[in-house]
Design a protein around this ligand. Structure first.
Ligand code: 5FX
Length: 533
């Protein structure tokens, strides 16, 4: 009988599902849009922004109702649940769910005659789950960093300095503001492990990879850091449960799904993980690879073996190879900045932009530029800064120099920050590019030259959801034949090779990268002065 694998994605705006067959081809896909399909919750973009504009939550029952709907739709479409050998899933990172005393019993004794939401509606001590868009925990972040011995010391344990959206800080705020609700809480899940719990009919452990986004996990020992737990809330260890490797098989689906939907009784539930780790799996990154999403903001996923946590970026445990790591870097000034400079070209077109890029030479004769319209995340800097070949600041560049300085600058920054987090370019390194600007071959040529590595493009629609279906297939194959993730996903479609580095590019960019880093330090200092004045 054909084998299918399911991936569920509890993302910010929707719940998605993808089924793949044994050749990893997508055979079923659907989604439930929270705003449109569940208007009774009154969310906008799946979230509620509170009056302080800093607190952002989503109703936990909305996620459960969405699961009821998506499963009912699959059933009415004739989807054959008995072919599903394993399922896994993913959730927006950092969000947390607070199960009330007695909820475990309810999960374990679900009646197949009723939808999930009507049985679980009184199972939560906090009904509004804080999510990743929340930025209301500045005080808790300061406290945690202090308790850990400083921002870098906290990053050295957990992979990141304190961030407001990271779950430990969110839990600390809940404990401070709603001590009674905290006292009634039997278990705290991430959105991912909450999703797994619904399928397991029991509390599912948090996996190491999503657990790395909490400011609570020692990413080397893969255990909760007592120091961090104690700084956030009392008796947190018991409420979080043990962490598990992301590729763990947690058990079989609860009898609820067997009786109500016809799942087989040995359908395995594989640990759910965060959306960024799941995307790494969906994009099929391998040792040494980088994925670059060139969208509104630019995001980098890096496969790292020896991480060096820093004050910028995040290190997470790797979701598909337990001993390795992944890093996440985010840049706000991505496409909008490229569009702004494009608009300064005489015709304001991408054709003109590309022509200019082609007509200028790699290294831009030593001219370097920084283009931050809004305060950048990595590094914390703002403004437009131009340096000539003698490292002197200049107020303008000719148009052609400006275009190349922007594109080279954006990619040099990415390479420098990636290497600071412990990333090493290897002979087998591939750059996997996605997002709007990845269709521009001339931009990709600069990317390839700066990193001295070939660039491939990938179609990434729903990569986190697809990655979850792949992870389900892998966990099963690992258990039966010890296969690695890379071996399992070889079946999936090939990535497309677009450009390779030009000869001599490395000799040009090695010294330029060094100069870029020196100029960046000047830009950071100047930005500090701007924000102080
Ligand atoms: C990563 O740290 C984030 O906060 C976001 O990418 C969320 O995971 C989006 F769901």
């Amino acid at each position: 009988m054909a084998a299918h694998y399911l991936g569920f994605d509890f993302s910010t705006q929707q719940l998605k599902v993808i089924a793949v067959n044994e050749h990893l081809r997508v055979v079923y896909e659907d989604n439930v849009q929270f705003d449109k399909d569940l208007p009774e919750f009154g969310t906008q973009g799946g979230v509620r922004i509170h009056s302080d504009k800093l607190t952002v939550t989503s109703p936990v029952l909305m996620w459960i109702k969405a699961l009821d709907i998506i499963l009912e739709r699959m059933k009415s479409s004739g989807f054959n649940f008995s072919q599903v050998k394993a399922l896994s899933g993913t959730g927006q990172q950092h969000g947390s769910v607070y199960w009330k005393q007695g909820a475990q019993k309810v999960l374990q004794t679900l009646s197949a005659h009723l939808p999930l939401h009507s049985q679980l509606d009184s199972c939560f001590s906090i009904t509004e789950s804080p999510i990743w868009m929340d930025s209301s925990t500045a005080a808790e972040c300061r406290h945690l960093e202090q308790a850990a011995g400083g921002a870098q010391a906290l990053a050295d344990i957990t992979g990141s300095r304190a961030y407001e959206r990271f779950t430990g800080n969110q839990i600390a705020k809940i404990y401070k503001q709603s001590a009674a609700a905290y006292a009634q809480t039997e278990r705290i899940s991430l959105v991912s492990s909450f999703g797994a719990s619904l399928f397991l009919g029991d509390y599912a452990p948090i996996d190491c990879s999503d657990g790395s986004g909490m400011n609570l996990l020692d990413i080397y020992k893969k255990m909760w850091s007592e120091e961090c737990l104690n700084a956030c809330a009392p008796d947190l260890n018991g409420r979080l449960g043990c962490v598990q490797a992301a590729s763990s098989i947690l058990g079989s689906v609860s009898s609820y799904y067997i009786q109500r939907y016809g799942f087989r009784d040995d359908c395995r539930v594989v640990a759910f993980t965060g959306d960024n780790p799941a995307s790494l799996a969906g994009m099929r990154l391998e040792e040494g690879d980088i994925a670059i999403s060139l969208g509104t903001s630019d995001t980098l996923f890096l496969w790292i073996q020896d991480p060096a946590p820093a004050l910028e970026g995040h290190i997470f445990c790797n979701p598909v190879q337990a001993q390795d790591y992944m890093a996440l870097l985010c840049y706000k000034n991505g496409s909008l900045m490229r569009e702004k400079i494009r608009d300064c070209c005489p015709s304001g077109s991408w054709e003109e932009f590309s022509k200019v890029l082609q007509s200028t030479s790699p290294g831009n004769n030593g001219n370097i530029g920084f283009y931050f319209d809004v305060m950048e995340i990595t590094p914390h800097a703002i403004g437009i800064h131009r340096f000539n070949a003698n490292k002197q600041k200049v107020s303008e560049f000719p148009m052609d120099v400006e275009v190349r300085a922007l594109v080279e600058g954006q990619f040099m920054a990415k390479r420098i920050h990636a290497e600071r987090l412990g990333y090493k370019i290897m002979p087998q390194t591939r750059i996997l590019a996605t997002g709007g600007a990845s269709c521009n071959e001339h931009i990709l040529q600069v990317l390839s030259d700066v990193f001295n590595a070939p660039v491939y493009t990938i179609a990434t629609a729903n990569s986190a959801c697809l990655g979850s279906a792949y992870r389900a297939a892998h966990a099963l194959a690992m258990q039966t034949s010890g296969s690695t993730f890379a071996e399992v996903v070889k079946l999936a479609e090939e990535h497309t090779l677009v450009v390779t580095p030009r000869t001599g590019a490395d000799q040009i960019y090695q010294p330029l990268l060094k100069r870029y880093a020196e100029c960046e330090s000047i830009v950071i200092l100047e930005s500090q002065n701007i924000s102080m004045n």
